[in-house]
Design a protein around this ligand. Sequence first.
Ligand SMILES: Nc1ncnc2c1ncn2[C@@H]1O[C@H](COP(=O)(O)OP(=O)(O)OP(=O)(O)O)[C@@H](O)[C@H]1O
Ligand SMILES: [Mg+2]
Length: 460
Amino acid sequence: MAKIKWEQTEKQKEAWAYLADDVTTEIVFGGGAGGAKSFLGCAWIIKMAITYKGTRWLIGRKKLKRLKETTLKTFFEVCHKWGLKQGVHFTYNAQDGLIKFINKSEVLLADLAHQPSDPNYDELGSLELTGAFIDEVNQITFKAWEVIKSRIRFKLDEYGLIPKLLGTCNPSKGWVYTYFYKPFKDGILERGKAFIRALAKDNPFISKHYIAQLKAIKDKNTRERLLNGNWEYDDDPACLFDLDVIQDQFKQKVNDKRDRWLTGDVSRKGRDNMPVGLWEGLQLVKVFIIPYEIRSSTLESAKYIKKLAQKYKVRTSHIILDEDGVGGGVVDNIKGCIGFINGSSPVLTKQDELRKKRGEFYENYGNLKTQCYFKLAEVMEAGELGVDEEAFDSKAKDEYIEELGQIKQRDVDKDGKIYLVGKDKIKENIGRSPDYADMVMMRMYSLVKPKRVLDIITLE
Ligand SMILES: Nc1ncnc2c1ncn2[C@@H]1O[C@H](COP(=O)(O)OP(=O)(O)OP(=O)(O)O)[C@@H](O)[C@H]1O
Ligand SMILES: [Mg+2]
């Protein structure tokens, strides 16, 4: 095959170097609209497919339909530019979503949407790939990225290649932010991973109308993201916690040393994380992670928490633990602690009960967890909650911040009840459950639960 000459943007050159080295296996390219992302991905796949005969490549996107409407067009554009003709140098079978080159290399077009019926992407499980390019990678789950990564091995040794997975995307507050953008920004992105920021203004091939269109976007957040590649502007009106409120909690000092609490999201076995928070009033002073060896035993986990309570002089009735899941949990082994049930009914005040009876407006939360998250937002906004700077280690702190950004109100239910976006959705976005945020949210139980009213009888 003839040698291909093509002019690259400076950013594409930078990415190309990572795509060709012997070290980097995961590359994310992007950060703004029109940054020449799809072109780079398609050019790389085509170049590799035609250089290494009999290899197998994947181009994926959340929706195959969108992939065919957009990315595939770019694919054919690159082929055309490079003098590769359909029917001569390659064939395309739309039905199977398969492109075959005359050298027997193949490019598979894949739908990577999360299917509830196939949460572990087993369907991709039998694939063997030489490499893959995922367009708009922020729209797929972290799990899908991991599964594809694990599939890259086909003919690598034969050609002396190493696995390479390329993703392109625009800024968003999902897992790409946590695993690529943030470490890149902080200068701590591990060896083997690369992030290249490319904006429309870095792309000399883009039409000037395109940039004018980006500049004309009315919504500031969207404009900041797409034109200026600003990753911090993913404000969603449904978010319960504003970024500045989230940041400010680390500056507050509201310790009340006589009012100590422990809260923890410890209900299910075999989880990644089981954090337990120690509080002085509404000040979170320390987050303990139950060690891995202990986590699988509810009895041992209970002992661990009891020891913490002893050491920090926390009364048993001031221990709040997630009680979801089957019985025999940690809660059962700590007699007298509060079992928090996410899905249980919200706590209504006497006034709310009355309003409800009279058919008047009241905050109609779908469940206790939703109520506590709304309370948390209110308390944080009022500056009444603080988190010590050293309470979390730095990775956990970033994760906690990221989790709060994921707590959003769901569309109002038919019967007017208020719910949050489900855990499944959050898992899809950030690749894990919001364990730290849930732990903090549970502290609110003591604020929403009805206060015991003492009847004071005065004797004449
Ligand atoms: N190396 C190149 N040589 C010639 N044209 C290029 C090159 N790179 C990108 N372009 C052109 O720049 C334009 C934008 O590129 P591309 O579609 O890859 O950007 P994108 O970042 O994927 O955009 P979007 O955010 O809209 O998905 C396209 O018209 C594409 O053909
Ligand atoms: Mg594109």
